[in-house]
Design a protein around this ligand. Sequence first.
Ligand SMILES: Cc1cc2nc3c(=O)[nH]c(=O)nc-3n(C[C@H](O)[C@H](O)[C@H](O)COP(=O)(O)OP(=O)(O)OC[C@H]3O[C@@H](n4cnc5c(N)ncnc54)[C@H](O)[C@@H]3O)c2cc1C
Length: 395
Amino acid sequence: MSLRPWRPIRAVLIVSGMLRHPLRPHLGPDDLVALYGPEWGERMALTSGRAPDAVFALIDRHKIDCAPTRGGFLYVARTRVRLRSIEKLAEEWRQRGVDAVTLDRPATAAILGTTAYLGGYFDPRAGTIQPLSYTRGLAKAALRAGASVFAGVRAKSLRRNGGRWLIETSQGPMSAPTVIIATNAYTTGLIGRLSRSVLRIHSVQLATAPIPEEIRRTILPAEQSCSDNHADIRYFRWDQEGRFVLGGPGWFTPPRTPNSTSFRRLERSLKEMFPQLRTFDVAHRWFGAGALTLDTIPHLHEPRPGIFAALGYNGRGIALGTVRARGASSARRSRAHSSVSPNAASHASVQRRIRTPPHRCGFQSTVWKGQGRDSLGPPLARKRGACHGQDRRSA
Ligand SMILES: Cc1cc2nc3c(=O)[nH]c(=O)nc-3n(C[C@H](O)[C@H](O)[C@H](O)COP(=O)(O)OP(=O)(O)OC[C@H]3O[C@@H](n4cnc5c(N)ncnc54)[C@H](O)[C@@H]3O)c2cc1C
């Protein structure tokens, strides 16, 4: 039985404009202003807050069939400390004109169908999509606009050849005046130390079989999506076929089988948090890699003239990647990347901070420690048959 790295075949992902990090509950508008100053901070907050609009506008414009829903997003907390930070975040968005509604414990439980949370806030801007269908829709739109798309081709090396970049691929050479690298957590040694600007972490998700309507009405009844703000995060929603989808961080190493600790922890959360789903089998399990950055912000780099790299989405790349791609493309046109990203300038220092193996180990262990401290429960003892259902990849 083998699991291969995630391809979002059945994944249904939350589109949220918020920046998130496993160690910090959120990076709100005020944090961005504190980090980058009023001009850049406000600009970044506005861009991230409007990122879902950009995605839904593209979906409309190109008529992308990707099960879009715009039910809004609940951001919730299990502890008082985390709840305070959520309330502060809601207030910061309210000050910027967003209709962010704070929810007390009973209101949260009534919407979520679980008593696991103390409260939260509702953000109407977010929605959900089927990410693979979205990606395919974008590819089709690019093809219609005259682009060529090569699937299943690996770029192996890049080198300067006259005024162009020569790309050696698994299916022969190509050349181009400009290259944009968008390999996020899967970045390897293609260019310098780019892979060292991010830390790869694994996220896991599972989905139940389709659930009857009367039970579905007890959890997120208006197509909302939800995430908590803990390092041992849980996020959930319904997919278009009535499956309940729950995600969380991987436990240390990528899961190798459906019985891996990462999946079993998630399945235990599902049954503990949502007793009404206890009798339903988990039908699908999958995982993938996300890229963390030290400053929790996605990065745009220009490591060599004519090569741009956009990566480090900290688990929020669907909407942010869409707006970042526009940034990379306008940087390519204007060749002034500092006009689209303040941290493009901090590229060197970011790399320096996690450049060496000890730095990387330190960052990784801080992430793990954060998750352990914040954990919903101890890791499970290995027990055969603890996972029910069938893994699509094992068939
Ligand atoms: C389980 C899970 C849940 C998630 N949930 C959410 C969510 O709810 N909301 C959200 O916004 N984000 C979510 N994310 C994060 C989101 O998927 C990523 O941020 C996003 O996919 C990043 O997009 P990307 O195009 O930059 O990189 P990717 O989607 O990772 O694509 C990079 C691609 O580059 C390819 N590649 C790498 N090296 C080479 C090479 N040398 N040559 C050719 N190709 C190469 C890889 O094969 C890969 O296909 C989740 C991620 C996971 C794993």
